[in-house]
Design a protein around this ligand. Sequence first.
Ligand SMILES: [Zn+2]
Length: 116
Amino acid sequence: MRKKLEKPLRMKIRTGDTVMVLSGKDRGKRGRVIRVMPRENRVVVEGINLAWKHQKPRLAGQKGTKIQIPAPLFASKVMLVCPHCDKPTRVARVRGEEGRLFRVCKRCNEMIDATK
Ligand SMILES: [Zn+2]
């Protein structure tokens, strides 16, 4: 069941991040995040958690097809891969000079987000 939360969560993962899957059938695989769903605490990762989707024929006489699309998975099942040390890591939040929040790798202490 899909449970929607009242407030969107503050997620550590953002679109475009590379993550590693920690559990399930795709455990150990890496992929790029294509969508984050903060109200459901889920993420959609390229090439991960693929599910068959049946597509109905668009035109009469045409056959329906099966296509493979990545299904959302729980954000707690993935871990952010640090672009600096290339390892799955936990993140810390640090407030920059202009009050912006940056994510910092807990392994190598490098800034994960662009500093501009
Ligand atoms: Zn790092």
